[in-house]
Design a protein around this ligand. Sequence first.
Ligand code: NOJ
Length: 574
Amino acid sequence: MTAVERDDRLLGRTATAPSATSPAAVTEDPRWWRRAVIYEIYVRSFADANGDGTGDIAGVRSRLPYLRDLGIDAVWFTPWYASPLADGGYDVADYRAIDPAFGTLAEAEALIAEARALGIRTIVDVVPNHVSSQHPWFLAALRAPAGSPERSRFWFHPGRDEHGEAMPTDWVSNFGGATWTRTVDAAGRPGEWYLHLFAEDQPDLNWNHPDVRREFEDILRFWFDRGAAGIRIDSAALLVKDASLPEVPDKPGPGDHPSVDRDEIHDIYRGWRAVADTYADPKALVGEVWLADVDRFVRYLRPDELHTAFNFDFLAQPWSAAALRLSIDQARAAHAPVDAPATWLLSNHDVTRPVTRYGRGDSSFRFAAKRRGTPTDLDLGRRRARAAALLTASLPGSLYIYQGDELGLDEVENLPPERLQDPMVVRSGGVDPGRDGCRVPLPWSGSAPPFGFSPQDRHADPWLPQPSSWSALTVEAQRADDTSMLALYRRALAIRRTDPDLAGEAFTWLPSGPDVLAFRRGHRFVSITNFSAGEVRGPEGAELLLASHELRDGHLPADSTGWWRLYDPPGDGP
Ligand code: NOJ
C-alpha cells in the first residue's frame, strides 16, 4: 500500500475501524462516568418535531439513531423544565414538570428509556443556586412580608441606607450589572431587595434553609427514579453565601469570597452523594464548577462528593502546545489524589464554538474578552478543531461534546439584534455579544433553512435563524463525505470505544519538540498533535489509525493530530 492510499483510508475514505456502538459494553460498567463520552443537548436547538421552530423532546426521540451512530455513552440535557425561558431554561419554575414548549413528562420518561435501550444514559440538569422569579416559592415570598418564613428561603434584605435605597452589597452579577433588585408591593411601595447572582428573573435560594436542602434532594430522587443516570449541577460552586454580606475582597483567598466556593458547600454535596449512592444503578453527579484554583476545584471530587466536574481550565486554553500541556498536567496531578477522572471539553452552550475560537489571534476563552467583530479565519479554526477533537478524545477521563461541534458548526455572529435572547446581551448594554451564537438550531438536511431542524413541509421560523452557509454542514451532507467533521468524530469515538489501550487510564508523555503534544496510552496507542507550522514525523514501527488531516509521506502537517498503534510496545510500558 502506498503512503497516500494508507492515509486516505485513515481519513475515513474506506471503512476499517470498528462500527459505532455496542450498548451492552457500556451499560455493564458500574463506573461508566469515568470514561464516558457525553453529548450535550441544548433541547431548544436540537430537533423540532412539531414545527413551531423550537426543538423538543419528540425531536430528540426521532434523532436517537443519530446519537447511537455517533457512538456516545450518555446525553446531558440542558434544563427542559417548566420555565419562562428568561435564561434559556436556567430559570426553573417547576423542577418536576417539562416545559410545554419541549413536551411532557411522559415523553421525557419515554426518551430516557428509549435512549437507555440504545446504550445511552441520560443526565439531567439541576439548577440549585436559583429558581425562576415565577417559581411558586418566590411568588409566595413576594406576597409575604419582610421577615416571613416564605422570604427566608431566599436572600431578602433591606437596603443599607436609612431609606432602604442603597442595595445591600455592590456585588456584580455574573451577567453584568447589580446582583440585587428591589421589591415593590401591590400598592407600588418599594421594599426589601432580593439577591440574584445572575439575572433579576433568577432569585438566589438560601441554602442555609432546611426546606431548600430537602427540596433538592427530593428533586434528585424524582429524576433518578425516572431513570436519569446522572445530574449536571448548575453553578455548583455558588450555592452558599456569607450571611454577613461583606463586599468582595480585592484578592479573595481560598474560601474567602462571599458567594463563590465557600467551605460549607461541601456538606450539601455529601448529602447529594448519599442520595445517589442509594441506587443500585450507578448514578453520577457532575459539577459545573468554574474555579481558577485547581486544588479547590478537586475538593468537590472527593470520594463522598461529586463524581466529576467540567474541566473549564482546559476549555479556556488557547491553541498552544505549552498551554494545553500545562493544563493537562495540572488537571491530572490534581485529580489523582481524589481518584476522580479528569474531564475534557472544548465547548458548551455558554462559550464560543471551537471552530470560531481557534480561528482567532487569541484563541483562549474568557467571558470578559468576548467582543463583536473579532477577525476570524474559519478554515484555520476548523482545521484546529479537527485536531483538537482527536486530542481530547484520546486523553484519559470522560469527554464532553456539545451538539453541533461534531458538525464543525461555527459561532453565528451576525444574528439580527432583535432576535437575540441571552440576558448577557441586555445586561451588558450590548457590549457582550452573548451566547446565542452557539445556540443556533442544528442543520440536519436540505439546502435551505430550517435544514431539516423542523419538518420541511410545515414549520415556523427556527427560534434563531440559521446561516445559509450551513447547507454544507448538514448531517446529510456530512454523512455522504468520508472526510467530514462528522465522519472524523464517528471514527474517533468508535476507536475510543474499542481500543484496549484507551479503555485504561495509563498515560505517558513522549519526547517531542515544544510545539508538539505526543503521548502514549497504555502499551501501544500513540497520539501526536502538531501545533507548529512545519511537519512532524509520525512514530516508527506503527500503524496509523486515524488522522485529522492527510499525512504526507508519514508526516503530520501543521495543526493536525494523528493516532497510531505501535507494532511492538516498548518494554517499559505501564
Ligand atoms: C451556567 C449555565 O451553563 C448557563 O447557561 C446559565 O446561564 C448559568 N449557569 C445560570 O444558571
